[in-house]
Design a protein around this ligand. Structure first.
Ligand code: ADP
Length: 449
């Protein structure tokens, strides 16, 4: 096992990783920008190193500084959390060249899945069902028209280097296609430095369902069921559930097994998520994330398995602590992403938290790095915490969530907590009857009132 892990992240996820390390008896090193010297993970870590000024590119994305921090402190492994350098193959390579373990998959697997066209081709070769679309990159309008003839309209043009829900354009007919193609290309170049795009059939009413997997890198892999992340705003997840209200046990085990088999073939190492759109009983692969996800907590709630502990075990060569037969799903869990934002306009609301009281009690977990008196810096993502609630049934889970939201006090800034109260009061949400477009429509209707 490692003796010292450096946590190359900030906020709630840095704290989450720190907790797993402490339980394993591993020393921790926090790295932070000058804006984060008072952050909770910095206070709780055994050691901390300031790695630069507030902008992420100068600190949390600064590979040289992070490697230097490893050398100064003698850390033998790095956990990248999510975002920042977590899916950066070069970072994984550089750490390895310095004899430091990257707690994550191989650099090759990060590369394969990081390029969406290669990821899709790999998924097809591993027997994972995909959205119908172009066979690789689309170069010109003639080719795009041919693809659209096959799939039918509407179609979606996506950047192969895309991420975070950006770099996508819908075309409803042949007339719109040419313009969508050129805008998608120039936006992809501007955002990701790569203008390669591909095409998919645009699904009208899908749900977003993703499968959590763990692999040991030697050909053993398990799945931990699904998460339903259909409630999205601007392609960003807002509320997640496990299990999905739309799948039964047989469907769950069937798609889970397809993913586990694929990961065994790939000899995948570490935690990963295979994302699908789900419509009319069919699954369509959209991408794989080769890292821990924000919403990993709901899988932990229903399986009782600590995913960060598993990541660290696997990276140290200790393998998986469970077999597929050991994994059982208990009850229902929901995660609400609490952002420091206006709940109606979603304008970020940084500032000082004057009063803070997180909810507690049976089945309630709050993952957050904030505390009373903490000043939220304006430089980073507005996620300040996650409320995760577990119940024996979905109904019990929702009753508990309502109670937990009522207890939650965050004063001094605006948060998205009121949005979740509104969602809980809605009959579609109560019935689990929503797709990936539901939340945008709900918010638009609310804005009109
Ligand atoms: P990113 O890496 O930017 O998150 P994804 O490929 O994971 O991109 O897609 C993000 C979201 O965009 C999905 O959750 C879904 O809401 C929407 N989306 C992606 N592909 C399609 C498609 N073929 N049809 C309809 N919606 C899609």
């Amino acid at each position: 096992m490692f003796s010292k892990v450096l946590i190359a992240n900030r906020g709630e996820i840095a704290l989450r990783v720190l907790r797993a390390c402490k339980e394993l008896g591993i020393q921790t090193v926090a790295v932070h920008s000058t804006a984060d010297q008072d952050a909770m993970h910095v206070r709780l870590a055994d050691e901390s190193v300031c790695i630069g000024p507030p902008p992420s590119r100068d600190s949390y994305l600064n590979i040289h500084q992070i490697v230097a921090a490893c050398e100064i402190t003698g850390a033998d492994a790095v956990h990248p959390g999510y975002g920042f350098l977590s899916e950066n193959a070069k970072f994984a390579d550089i750490l390895e060249a310095h004899g430091i373990t990257f707690i994550g998959p191989t650099a090759d697997h990060i590369r394969i899945m990081g390029d969406k066209i290669t990821a899709k081709k790999t998924a097809v070769s591993l027997g994972i069902p995909c959205v119908p679309g172009s066979d690789g990159e689309v170069f010109d309008v003639e080719q795009a028209l041919e693809v659209a003839k096959e799939t039918g309209y509407p179609v979606l043009i996506k950047a192969t280097a895309g991420g975070g829900g950006r770099g996508m354009k819908v075309a409803h007919n042949a007339e719109e296609l040419s313009e969508a193609l050129s805008t998608a290309r120039s936006e992809a170049l501007a955002n990701f430095g790569n203008d390669a795009v591909y095409m998919e059939k645009y699904l009208g009413q899908p749900r977003h369902i993703e499968i959590q997997i763990l692999g040991d890198g030697e050909g053993n892999a398990v799945h931990l069921g699904e998460r339903d992340c259909s409630l999205q705003r601007r392609h960003q997840k807002v509320w997640e559930e496990a299990n999905s209200p739309s799948l039964n046990e047989d469907q769950r085990m069937a798609i889970g097994e397809i993913c586990a088999v694929a990961m065994r073939k790939l000899k995948y190492r570490g935690a990963g998520t295979i994302e699908f759109l789900y419509e009319n009983g069919e699954f369509y692969f959209i991408e794989m994330n080769t890292r821990l996800q924000v919403e990993h907590t709901i899988t932990e709630a229903i399986t009782g398995i600590d995913l960060v502990n598993e990541q660290i075990r696997i990276a140290s060569g200790a393998g998986l602590s469970v077999t597929q037969e050991d994994i059982r799903f208990h009850g229902h869990a929901i995660e609400c992403r609490i952002n420091a934002e206006d709940p109606s306009t979603f304008v970020p609301s940084p500032g000082t938290i004057t009063h803070y009281h997180p909810p507690g009690g049976l089945g309630v977990r709050v993952d957050s790095g904030v505390y009373q008196g903490y000043k939220i810096p304006p430089y980073y993502d507005s996620l300040i915490g996650k409320l995760i609630v577990h119940g024996r049934t979905r109904v019990e889970c929702m009753m508990r969530l309502r109670r937990a939201l009522d207890e939650f006090v965050v004063d001094g800034i605006k948060t998205t907590i009121p949005l979740f109260r509104d969602l809980l009061a809605n009959p579609d949400i109560a019935n689990g009857d929503y797709d990936i477009h539901w939340l945008e429509k709900f918010l638009a209707a609310k804005a009109d009132k």
